[in-house]
Design a protein around this ligand. Sequence first.
Ligand SMILES: [Mn+2]
Length: 368
Amino acid sequence: MPDSSHPYTTNATLAQLADTLRPARKVVILTHVKPDGDAAGSTLALARALNQPGPWTSSTRATPWYFGPTPPWLADVALDTPYTTFGPQDDPADPAKNKLNAAEPDAIVILDTGSWAQLEQVREWLSPRHDRVLLVDHHVQGDPQIARLRHIDTAAAAVCQPVAELCRLLLAKDSLTALPAPVAEALYLGLATDTGWFRHSNVSRAVMHTAGELLAAGADHVRLYQTTEQRETPSRLRLLSRALATLELHDAARIATLTLTRRDMQETHAQPGESGGFVDYGQTIPTVLVTALLTEASPEEYGQTGSGPITKISLRSKAGPHAVDVNAIAKHLGGGGHVRAAGARLAASLEETKSRLVELISAQLRAS
Ligand SMILES: [Mn+2]
């Protein structure tokens, strides 16, 4: 939990951060667990800026460290920029993990978070090095004790906005248009992804201006979009078409159901887990308040419970005046999750599960 007795506020300018980083010989760059486009983009951009050939360096001095699952496109975006990923069992203090980490850093930069909860695995390593920790973030909440020098710009749509300025200062350029193209391209990724590719309400004149300058610097937005957004597998798309074909609307079109059978999985050659995100398609219908994706479990998943069918349930609920607590529904069926997203598994067929689920959701809608 963030400490409310110390406000999470800025205590350093970007120029001060640049002055602190400039003489550093070894820099570790951290970001939140499960890095997204802004986290990966900002950390890669800063690493590239710090690793630019200059009087201070003869080799790589900055390395991003990533914790938790990384996006499938990370290697294709990072290209030759070195980074280290840590599995759930990897200890950041273990120098054997990677020779890039062997030297003790004289500066540590945290980007796109300021929350211990997002840095759990590296906390023990980070805490005693507090005097060397710098932070740039755009979130409202955080733990100020995490870093000695903090620059928090809550008006920024992406942390890549203030990080762009930090890179400009580090490289002593007159404008963002003069940044090296690889630095600009990583920054553009953060801007694009945190604004939903320039669709969300956080798009501003400043965002578009910065994006324009990064394009002028040579960011290849076509390559970035293809690399990060256009990487579906044919099996997943075929499986999606099967799921969408089963769409049913119930209770005045307030409940949507989608189903997938074992046969669908087999015939499309889809891997388990490739149906991730399918449940969100039901939510795109304006009247729909709850969507359920029901998946017939595979034989291996039947476990010791015997021969009967097992159906996996994935639930999503929309916020609003008649919001349904799908966590309560999942709990009722022996599962759980969050108010807006939850899951369960039931020892019943797809059809039995569907009718039981629709009944439960309808009852909650009547009560709300
Ligand atoms: Mn962000």
